[in-house]
Design a protein around this ligand. Sequence first.
Ligand code: BTN
Length: 268
Amino acid sequence: AAVEYGLEAPFDVEFHDSIPSTNARARDLAGEGAADVAVLADEQTGGRGRLDREWSSPSGGIWLSLLVRPDVPATHAPTFTLAAAVAVTRAAREAGVDAGIKWPNDVVVSGANDGPSERSSDDVVVPGEGREGGAVERKLAGILTEMEGEADRVSWVVVGMGINANVDPEELPSEARPATLSGEVGAVDRRLFTQRVVEEFDELRSEPESVVPAWREYATTLGRRVRVDTSAGEVVGEAVDIEFPGALVVDTGDERVTVTAGDCEHLR
Ligand code: BTN
């Protein structure tokens, strides 16, 4: 299959014109004992997002699931989600898109938070004013990681990436505030883009300690005032850091709360 799709990846590639969900297919392959497989589809008819939401996956996107069998405890699984977000962000930036990462796993296009090192000396950042552009962040890609195994060692991890590549935005739900690669920089070569994502992911998984620093570099969430909905309730404050394996540290004013999972909204 790898030869057919023309992807030179450190993964065996399985390409489908149309499939319910590449994550579901990768889970099935995991059940059959497979490892290091990339499942790709032009279109998904039953794509799933986080929190069991529907994920619109029309033809023209990059709907990709990587099946890996890392030798790590289950608590390390979030690292794979961050690695995927970093990989997609790097590929998007190479393609000329000003992409960043909204905690934990959304690749967004905003123009916000280029970071001091990338600002020209003319840029004026007013402390406490937040960063401009937060309200217009649009989502280019989302990641859904699923896994199985024992607490002390996972059996497999499926990292699903939904990248709005050459998709007509009209076919995506507007409430998701979608961004597309074709809309940002014109139609991309999906094969090459996928190749770059997979290569970056492969490199990051071999250097897990490099994932969080890379994530920090692209984060649009750090320094922002956020509201995070967690299973334990709502946390509001300033996002001050990210910690291994992927938790967000929020300064509420009274205390620093470490949030491992939840829905995050940028308030400014
Ligand atoms: C999110 O909610 O942000 C995560 C979306 C993940 C979508 C991708 S598309 C490829 C893979 N197959 C699925 O059914 N979902 C993931």
